[in-house]
Design a protein around this ligand. Structure first.
Ligand code: SAM
Length: 219
């Protein structure tokens, strides 16, 4: 069983601090069920993780998992080696409070993904609505390098972003919209596209947001 471990906090400066501040403010201001990206059940993510056919002992990481209920459903399904990484302490605390004693079964990593160094490899990398916040080329390159280093050949990456007809901003921040083709191009030859799907997400406020989900295999 995994321990309840938190990575060392890195020194944050300038724009990094602004980024962290932004997300801490979001989670201090709002409850998990009020944010626009809230899903009662993250069905598409669960279906795509199931489609990888990994063992229940597989190491799965949810990048920018926030206070998402994905981890609850994965635990309930029997997955045993789960990690949730998020830049916001407040998001992790909300998820832990919700899970109660089950929170101890999860590795919680409070970290900016562009600074993250994986100490061990993962079998499944999941990211819904995080990569698209990286509007800076260097940050995207760091993300792809980190993801590439964290996954051995044959491992899986599931990444969901706003689709080309999705919103231009989220949580008051600019984002980059992707199609299956442009997302696959960013991840490059190290990732083979296995499956792609669209989703119309209904926000708690009733708006509709187009997402594209891609499942890749590490080559
Ligand atoms: C739009 S929310 C999506 C949350 C969750 N994945 C979901 O689908 O419900 C974006 C999340 O990514 C986190 N985040 C944003 N930028 C990040 C970064 N550079 N590194 C790690 N987490 C980040 C935020 O704190 C927030 O929880």
């Amino acid at each position: 069983m995994m321990t309840n471990k938190k990575s060392d906090k890195q020194e944050l400066k300038g724009s990094d601090l602004n980024r962290k501040d932004h997300w801490e403010h979001v989670y201090s201001d709002k409850n998990a069920i009020e944010v626009s990206w809230y899903q009662q059940c993250p069905k598409s993510s669960l279906n795509l993780i199931k489609a990888t056919d990994v063992e229940k002992s597989a190491r799965i990481i949810d990048i920018g998992g926030g206070a998402s209920t994905l981890v609850d459903f994965l635990l309930a399904t029997g997955y045993q080696n789960l990690s949730v990484l998020d830049i916001a302490h407040g998001a992790i605390e909300q998820a832990k409070d919700r899970l109660g004693q089950h929170a101890d079964k999860v590795e919680w990593i409070e970290q900016d993904i562009t600074k993250f160094i994986a100490e061990e490899s993962f079998d499944v990398w999941h990211d819904r609505a995080v990569f698209h916040f990286l509007t800076d080329t260097d940050d995207r390159l760091k993300y792809v390098k980190t993801m590439s280093n964290a996954l051995n050949p044959g491992a899986h990456a599931i990444v969901a972003t706003f689709d080309l007809d999705g919103p231009e901003r989220c949580s008051g921040l600019d984002i980059v919209r992707y199609s299956t083709e442009t997302l696959a191009a960013v991840f490059g030859a190290g990732f083979q596209l296995v499956e792609t799907m669209s989703e119309e997400h209904k926000t708690p406020g009733g708006a509709s947001q187009s997402f594209v989900y891609c499942r890749f295999k590490r080559v």
